[in-house]
Design a protein around this ligand. Structure first.
Ligand SMILES: [Zn+2]
Ligand SMILES: [Zn+2]
Length: 231
């Protein structure tokens, strides 16, 4: 038996799949009052009614509700990057557990869990689609159906990095479609889209548009981490 170690820094800890006290303090969980469309924390108290951040009040959000497990900052950012680009697949279980907890208020019975697709060229470079792994683990934890190949990238889009917000939306418009062989499973279903990091929301918007156009009842979104403006 190996002694349990902090999943962020590797220091010894007293519980399995946990964070040490220092990393826990440095991990911003998206808890408390959060935006009902994207999950970013908001100032104030949760009084049980839906509140929205400035982005979600001004940008087209074709989806119904949204949550994120983490704010993309501090130790959370390091863990997301290690999971995404490194070989830290051992992070999958704790990350999916945090996503399941964050998603609880927006889960609906019979929801179909759908990962955001990567274009196959990028998939070759990265070896695995981290959103598929997160969606599969989340679906298992929440006892929901998982449809890993429901959405397809129709073309390779330029990297979103460094693009301004309006260009991010233009870059992705029409870049996603529903797999024609999976249309039947989508009809009339509530969909939960899963991605690792939500920045502008352009990727979620393109995926939600495609699902709704193909007959989904409604779409909600779940990110592992939400980039906050002042983060
Ligand atoms: Zn630590
Ligand atoms: Zn928001």
């Amino acid at each position: 038996m190996f002694p349990p170690r902090c999943i962020a820094c590797g220091d010894l800890v007293s519980t399995d799949f946990g964070l040490c006290a220092a990393c826990w303090r440095d991990t911003p969980f998206a808890t408390g009052l959060v935006c009902d469309k994207c999950g970013v924390p908001l100032p104030g108290e949760d009084e049980g009614r839906a509140e929205f951040c400035d982005d979600c009040l001004t940008l087209a959000r074709p989806w119904k509700r949204g949550r994120a497990a983490l704010v993309y900052n501090g130790a959370a950012r390091r863990m997301v990057l290690a999971f995404k680009h490194g070989d830290r697949l051992d992070l999958l279980r704790p990350l999916a557990g945090w996503m399941n907890r964050a998603a609880a208020p927006i889960l609906e019975p019979g929801m179909l869990v759908v990962p955001v697709p990567l274009h196959r060229l990028r998939l070759l470079k990265r070896r695995y689609n981290q959103s598929v792994l997160l969606a599969a683990a989340l679906a298992r934890a929440a006892a929901l159906d998982h449809a890993p190949d429901l959405l397809l990238r129709t073309r390779a889009t330029a990297s979103q990095e460094g693009l301004h917000r309006d260009d991010r939306f233009a870059n992705l418009a029409g870049a996603v479609r529903v797999n024609p062989r999976r249309e039947a499973v989508l009809a009339g279903r509530a969909v939960l889209l899963v991605d690792d990091v939500m920045t502008s929301g352009a990727t979620f918007a393109a995926c939600a548009d495609a699902c709704l156009a193909a007959g989904a009842k409604n779409v909600s979104v779940l990110a592992l981490a939400r980039v906050a403006k002042d983060a």
